[in-house]
Design a protein around this ligand. Structure first.
Ligand code: SAM
Length: 292
């Protein structure tokens, strides 16, 4: 017991020295990552320290592989606790910008505090509405403005990221936002979305989900939603709590606007990736299909 206490004190001491050395000699941009893992990552569905670290690297790698320039202008639509803000600095350097947008004022206040030291990051509270999330009182259930208060010019953005957002949008809303995203990104630029893509027959969840019956029960998208017959929910009482689409749904969503660069199949709908959702990397068509 005594020996264990001494050992853990020794390790804590050693870590603090390495942390200090790392901060001293690493690139300025990495300092924030070394020091800060938000406590708030615990408690959200599926989030954990491992997930936070995995996702930072995973999405940074996607940006690195698919972005064609530097000094990127990045929008993180539905940024939540701003998971991507710390890694954004490598891609916005030297003159780009990361803009995190969310409808929950408390998240945006958190991000502004947490990331106040980070260069080139900015946050915006949108007054749009999503029935699954608490938002400020001025948000109006009937208003479907689809980002009209984002204050972003057309053809101005290099990447829109939307992690775990289209998984909470019904079909008409998904179309509203994909049109907005299409308008604000530059020709040939990227949209990286995560969604749940279901196929028939339905695949069993893979990887981490096998060990967690509660999570498995959350991701059974058995109820067909009204519309094109391509959209599903796991909760008919409140569909936005979990939404899936099939490939026909995804194709109709992006048709004439984007081409698919890559789809990585996530573990909730049977894929092999540790990330639970399907990740879709889209590139905006240089010219709309009807003008080619
Ligand atoms: C599941 S959380 C994901 C948060 C973050 N992207 C992440 O991966 O950690 C979904 C986020 O999207 C936000 N959101 C939902 N609908 C939105 C809308 N219409 N406009 C902006 N944000 C929205 C929610 O407030 C919530 O923070």
């Amino acid at each position: 017991m005594f020996l264990n206490t001494i050992k853990s004190l020794y390790y804590a001491f050693r870590c603090s020295i390495f942390k200090r050395m790392d901060k001293k000699y690493a690139w300025a941009e990495t300092e924030f990552l070394i020091e800060n893992v938000p406590n708030e990552i615990w408690g959200e569905v599926g989030d954990s320290f491992a997930n936070w670290v995995y996702q930072q690297g995973f999405f940074a790698a996607l940006i690195k592989c698919f972005a064609r320039n530097e000094s990127l202008k990045i929008i993180d639509f539905g940024c939540g606790h701003g998971k991507l803000a710390p890694v954004s600095v490598f891609f916005t350097h030297p003159e780009g910008e990361y803009l995190g947008i969310d409808i929950q004022e408390s998240y945006i206040k958190y991000c502004r505090r947490k990331y106040s030291q980070l260069p080139r990051v900015r946050f915006h509270v949108s007054k749009d509405y999503n029935p699954f999330y608490p938002q400020q009182q001025s948000a109006v259930a009937e208003s479907k403005s689809y980002g009209s208060d984002w204050n972003v010019s057309p053809d101005s953005t290099d990447i829109v990221m939307a992690l775990s957002v289209f998984t909470h949008l019904q079909e008409a809303d998904a179309f509203g936002y994909i049109n907005k995203i299409h308008t604000i990104i530059k020709p040939d630029a990227l949209a990286i979305l995560t969604c749940h893509i279901v196929e028939e027959p339905r695949a069993e969840p893979g990887f981490i989900f096998n060990y967690n019956p509660f999570l498995v029960s959350l991701f059974k998208f058995t109820t067909l939603l009204p519309g094109s017959n391509n959209w599903f929910t796991c909760n008919p009482e409140l569909p936005e709590s979990g939404i899936a689409m099939n490939m026909a749904g995804l194709n109709s969503l992006i048709q004439g606007k984007f081409k698919v660069e890559l789809i990585i199949r996530g573990s909730a709908t049977g894929g092999k990736d540790p990330f639970p959702q399907d990740v879709v990397v889209l590139r905006k068509l240089a010219l709309p299909i009807d003008k080619v």
